[in-house]
Design a protein around this ligand. Structure first.
Ligand SMILES: NC(=O)c1ccc[n+]([C@@H]2O[C@H](COP(=O)([O-])OP(=O)(O)OC[C@H]3O[C@@H](n4cnc5c(N)ncnc54)[C@H](O)[C@@H]3O)[C@@H](O)[C@H]2O)c1
Ligand SMILES: N[C@H](CO)Cc1c[nH]c[nH+]1
Ligand SMILES: [Zn+2]
Length: 426
């Protein structure tokens, strides 16, 4: 971990730099793979599965019977946990359905919106370093609430060429029927362009590593909608003397264990907190089974001592973290000052793990500073809103002059005429 105290001589961009990699090379590699998948479909998908996942796949779709029977291989304890999480996520996301009203903007002029589910959606579930079955709940639950018609799920297999039963079980209980054992760029390409096995979708959702995120961004440029760039996990903790250093250390490590390119940041106004968190991190690291991964991403991570809370909040808003934990005595006041973050956790008893799994909020969130402009996944992500209007004859008359004057000023006489013709013929 890099320790930075009162960083006067550095710009915030220097202090808050995220792990870097060669974007040009990444885009070139991923772009080439996508072109191949577009041209050669299943054959290219299988070729890349062999190259990157070390598996030979005869068929790509998981038979429905495997989804149905997966429950037999899951402990009752795990099934109960998944069901509890699902219930909370359903509750939170179902409340996001809003009522659209008809608005009369002028007498005789009515406007309204209709909420329509996106018909065909693709869900990517990461599985390179760990099978993230919790992500199925985060994507399939809102997709089902929104009533998307066709839902396709892709996730990589393990080295045995199989998808873990817990992933299949979670897909089954969320009502997903089309599951493909495809990971990485192959999965994004297959869902974006369609192959003989994989149906083409209109919007692709889900987090993933740098290859997956780059592939989503490239297919987006080619016209397929995506939820957002949701890449390597990150967390920032803002802590004062009221924090429990051991808890803060645990939260930092919880994101570091996701992958070697994760990043954890502590911002504090207290030297004592900084020192205590650093030693708690080093102590807890030793106990982790994924110690090697976490140790690697700690190299990307920072402990920052800052002069006061106002500057700290400015810095955190500039960083725009995927997750922001505020472990400060005045957390409610500070929460109001958050402008850029994917998801915020308040107080000493709101670990990020709660949102990762089961509190009800969504864990698919913008990373790499994209929280400045993007929200995380929600019910809204799976619907679009079509506007409607009906003008009565007198309504059009009320608005006619406004439209005619504006159309004439833009030099668009046909637009003007479409109004005038109706008024004159009255
Ligand atoms: N932002 C979020 O909302 C969020 C949520 C959950 C997880 N995550 C992140 O998702 C990521 C999951 O990553 P993962 O690797 O475990 O799983 P993944 O499923 O995203 O990626 C695995 C795939 O990467 C491909 N791949 C690996 N090396 C490659 C290479 N050299 N060239 C081309 N393709 C290659 C393989 O095909 C493999 O199937 C982590 O970084 C985690 O932090 C983010
Ligand atoms: N922290 C991840 C989002 O960055 C989500 C996750 C899934 N499982 C555990 N954590
Ligand atoms: Zn996590």
């Amino acid at each position: 971990m890099q320790i930075i105290r009162f960083p006067e001589r550095h710009t915030w961009a220097e202090i808050l730099q995220r792990p870097t990699f060669d974007h040009t090379a990444l885009e070139a590699q991923v772009g080439e793979m996508l072109n191949d998948i577009k041209a050669n479909g299943d054959a290219a998908v299988k070729k890349y599965a062999e190259q990157f996942d070390k598996v030979q796949l005869d068929t790509l779709e998981v038979p429905y019977s495997e989804l149905r029977d997966a429950a037999e291989q899951i402990s009752e304890e795990l099934k109960a946990a998944i069901k509890q999480a699902k219930q909370n996520i359903e509750l939170f996301h179902a409340r996001q359905i809003t009522q659209e009203n008809i608005v009369q903007t002028m007498p005789g002029v009515q406007c309204w919106r209709k909420v329509v589910p996106i018909e065909k959606v693709g869900l990517y579930i990461p599985g390179g370093t760990a099978p993230l079955f919790s992500t199925i709940l985060m994507l399939a639950v809102p997709a089902k609430i929104a009533a998307c018609k066709e839902i396709v799920l892709c996730t990589p297999t393990g080295k045995d060429g199989k998808i873990p039963p817990v992933v299949l079980y979670t897909a089954f209980i969320t009502g997903i029927t089309k599951v493909f054992k495809i990971g990485g760029v192959q999965a994004i390409g297959a869902m974006a362009y369609g192959t003989a096995s994989v149906p083409q979708v209109y919007k692709i959702f889900g987090p993933g590593n740098q290859y997956v995120t780059c592939a989503k961004q490239l297919v987006n440029k080619a016209g397929v909608a995506i939820d957002m760039p949701a890449g390597p996990s990150e967390v920032a903790v803002f802590a004062d003397e009221s924090c429990v250093p051991g808890y803060v250390a645990a939260d930092l490590l919880s994101q570091c264990e996701h992958g070697t390119d994760s990043q954890a940041v502590l911002v504090t106004t207290s030297e004592e907190v900084l020192v205590a968190v650093e030693s708690a991190v080093l102590e807890q690291l030793e106990q982790l089974p994924r110690k090697d991964i976490a140790a690697e991403s700690l190299k990307n991570s920072k402990l920052i001592l800052i002069e006061n809370k106002r500057v700290a909040m400015d810095m955190l808003n500039e960083y725009a973290p995927e997750h922001l934990i505020i472990a400060c005595s005045n957390d409610t006041e500070l929460a109001d000052q958050v402008i850029n973050a994917g998801s915020v956790f308040l107080g000493n008893y709101s670990p990020e793990s709660a949102g990762d799994y089961a509190s009800g909020t969504n864990h698919t969130l913008p990373t790499n500073g994209h929280a400045k402009a993007y929200s995380g996944v929600s019910y809204d992500s799976f619907v679009k809103k079509i506007t409607y209007q009906r003008l009565s004859q007198s309504g059009l008359q009320n608005l006619a002059q406004t439209i005619e004057v504006m159309a004439a000023a833009e030099g668009l006489d046909a637009h003007k005429n479409a109004v005038s013709i109706r008024i004159q013929n009255k």
